[in-house]
Design a protein around this ligand. Structure first.
Ligand code: UD1
Length: 416
């Protein structure tokens, strides 16, 4: 991706559908011997990858613009091999969906990840608590049971994926399941709404405990995927880093409250008018003495790198602590190459902001860190080239087009 920086972004944008809400819904469609229609589904690599796995398992899948049609009536209980499972970590939730429908599932170990070790112990434990026997054979995780039975499980750590895993497995299980200390991220809440809209019986007992009464079967459904809160935050960071004025047309305000708090602290201003979020970053100029990533409703880890890029441009010392993933400061290397002063020790990063950023040739090495480099390029003097932008396209449907629509100058080099 080539970016010529230096222009404040201005204008209005419609945010894509949420990647992290769509993926478990696609996996969940396996639970039903019938049709699922997902409107506002982002057409991105990870969604394609999940859909490919479903097709390999016998599903029919087709698109009409941003509507994804899935017919899982002919799905069978196939093994999900390494070539599929290692492309996308979140494919692990297919274990719960396949177990729910066939009482049997096998998937290759999802492998490591560049943002630090990402274990799957909680995913396996919650399945075991519902009666699944788990074994590992030749790098495949195999799960089976005679039937899934309602049970109780308490997560040691709040995990979005493992909470979704437990929900998927419990929906058709016999009896009642209590999942305690679950993640309350919007993507868990949306999965529950999606499943309830097709006949599941899932309720929150309080802010972190979920009760699932197993049902016999689900129904066909059409569902609208919500806007992507992380894409929204990324585009607001693009406005902030260029001191522009960005308006978002469809955003769920309460899902980005923690982000907006920080945005205000750095000098950003916003108002909501006729359902639109209007932001003004012309006075973004304050460092943040301490910002930590937390589970929802705290500041999301996925917006930590984009915010780090913004903080590199404001005078003063900012401090970020990353509490969710180890080793999620990959963007710092590229930002330093552009002239930023960032010091990292373990989970802490100190950013001495305000030095001018210079265009550079950089490598994206993961999704959100890669997006942070694109933002830095928009603020830098001269030309920035971000290589490996396939990582970025895993999560952003039209990042070049969207940022160009706001007046950014950037293009995707097709390599031809
Ligand atoms: C999801 C999101 C990701 C986001 C993250 C945290 C998707 C596709 N991805 O990832 O974008 O950054 O939530 O909001 O929705 N953990 C364990 N054992 C497990 C599972 C997780 O120890 O079995 C730990 C992880 O190492 C991490 C923490 O739990 O430290 C939170 O991870 P988790 O919430 O599971 O992230 P994902 O669901 O993988």
């Amino acid at each position: 991706m080539r970016i010529w920086g230096g222009r404040p972004l201005e204008g209005s944008l419609r945010v894509q559908g949420s990647k992290n809400a769509a993926l478990p819904m696609i996996a969940a469609s396996i639970l039903h011997n019938g049709k699922t229609v997902l409107h506002n589904c982002p057409r991105i690599r990870d969604v394609d990858c999940m859909t490919e796995i479903l097709k390999m398992l016998g599903a029919k899948a087709w698109w009409e613009e941003n509507t994804l049609f899935l017919d899982c009536s002919k799905v069978f209980c196939g093994r999900i091999h390494k070539a599929y499972a290692q492309k996308m970590r979140s494919s692990i939730v297919l274990l719960g969906a396949l177990l729910g429908r066939f009482h049997k599932a096998a998937i290759a170990h999802p492998g490591g990840c560049v943002i630090g070790p990402r274990p799957i112990d909680l995913h396996l434990e919650v399945l075991q608590s519902l009666g699944a026997e788990i074994s590992e054979e030749d790098g495949m995780i195999c799960a089976q049971c005679r039937e899934l039975k309602g049970g109780a499980y308490r997560y040691r750590i709040k995990s979005v994926g493992a909470s979704q895993q437990g929900i998927l497995a419990a929906v058709l299980a016999k009896g009642t399941t209590h999942l305690l200390h679950c993640s309350s991220e919007p993507e868990v809440q949306w999965l529950i709404r999606f499943l309830n809209s097709r006949g599941a019986d899932i309720s929150w007992e309080n802010q972190e405990d979920i009760c699932i009464h197993g049902v016999e079967q689900l129904e066909d459904v059409e569902f609208e995927i919500p806007p992507d809160r992380i894409a929204a935050g990324t585009y607001l960071c693009a406005g902030a880093i260029t001191r522009g004025q960005v308006t978002l047309e469809n955003v769920i305000l309460e899902e980005i409250e923690a982000f907006l708090d920080v945005y205000q602290k750095i000098g950003g201003q916003y108002e909501v008018n006729s359902g639109k979020l209007l932001t003004d970053s012309r006075r973004v100029e304050y460092a943040i003495p301490y910002l930590e990533t937390e589970v929802y409703p705290g500041f999301p880890t996925d917006l930590q790198s984009p915010m780090m890029a913004v903080l590199a441009t404001v005078p003063g010392l900012s401090h970020i602590r990353e509490n969710i993933f180890e080793d999620r400061f990959k963007a710092a290397k590229g930002l330093r190459e552009m002239g930023a002063s960032i010091y990292i020790e373990g989970r802490d990063a100190w950013i001495e902001g305000g030095r001018p950023l210079q265009g550079a040739r950089l490598q994206a090495c993961e999704l959100r860190g890669g997006a942070a480099l694109v933002l830095a390029g928009l603020a830098a003097q001269g030309e920035t080239i971000v290589e490996n932008c396939e990582y970025i396209e895993r999560g952003y449907e039209h990042i070049c087009k969207d940022l160009s629509a706001l007046g950014g100058i950037l293009e995707r080099d097709t390599g031809r």
